[in-house]
Write a protein that binds this ligand. Sequence first.
Ligand code: NAP
Length: 250
Amino acid sequence: MTDFDGKTVLITGGGSGIGLATAKRLLAEGANVVLVGRSAERLDAAAKELDAGERVLTVAADVSRTADLDGVIAQVRARFGSLYGVFANAGVGLNARTADVTEEGFDEVVAINFKGTFFTVQKALSVLEDGGSVVLNASWLVHRGMGAGSVYAATKAAVLNLPRTLAPDLAERGIRVNAVTPGHIHTEMFDMVAPVEPVKEYFRSQVPVGAFGKPGDIADAVAFLLSSRAAYITGQELVVDGGLSGSVPA
Ligand SMILES: NC(=O)c1ccc[n+]([C@@H]2O[C@H](COP(=O)([O-])OP(=O)(O)OC[C@H]3O[C@@H](n4cnc5c(N)ncnc54)[C@H](OP(=O)(O)O)[C@@H]3O)[C@@H](O)[C@H]2O)c1
């Protein structure tokens, strides 16, 4: 018997990186998982890799579209009836100096990272069980500025602000809301920001522990925040960054 036996957790951006690692972790602890992403092919590959049969539901949807989220919730209700947890993790980067940010790029990142996170939680409320748990995915960039990160960092600052208001808002139903704040985690998104070894080395040199995090490092933190071991934690941020945002390397 584990904390997640028979419980269902919705993971947006569940087809790759941090979301997929979290799905693996929760499945190992007995959960059912619902994976959401735009690419059906990516989700199919993830479900194949997870190899957990009916315990995995994949739904191709864009979190920036509320109609898509309604469709996700309808499928959750039909397959599992309700949700115990939500990991609102889907996000995209925008690595551009301020002068190079386009209106289209701005709107896309805000729509996916902030609007998508907000409405993922709002739409899930109709199936979320009392006593459930929500985790949002922020970023170290909220705490440490980087010249090419203005819009992305601002969307993550908005995400990080949400637990403070959603926690008291949902407390009467016993629903906890927290955020996880990753540092440099080696995923597809990170490879887009740091595509070549000299750039990677620069980023690595900023991390006091001297290494990038693995998706599983974030999955462990998310599993903790979702679990009953975090029953008295709500409205908080858990930073998982090898020391990146709080200190400089020795
Ligand atoms: N890696 C890092 O260093 C790092 C650091 C701080 C924070 N984060 C955050 O961690 C989260 C996960 O990123 P990752 O590093 O695991 O990168 P990743 O592998 O690129 O994962 C991002 C996932 O989000 C999905 N996604 C993107 N836009 C979507 C949309 N509109 N609707 C539904 N799904 C969407 C993508 O799938 P589709 O493209 O198929 O939709 C993909 O599976 C992001 O929010 C990111 O900002 C990452």
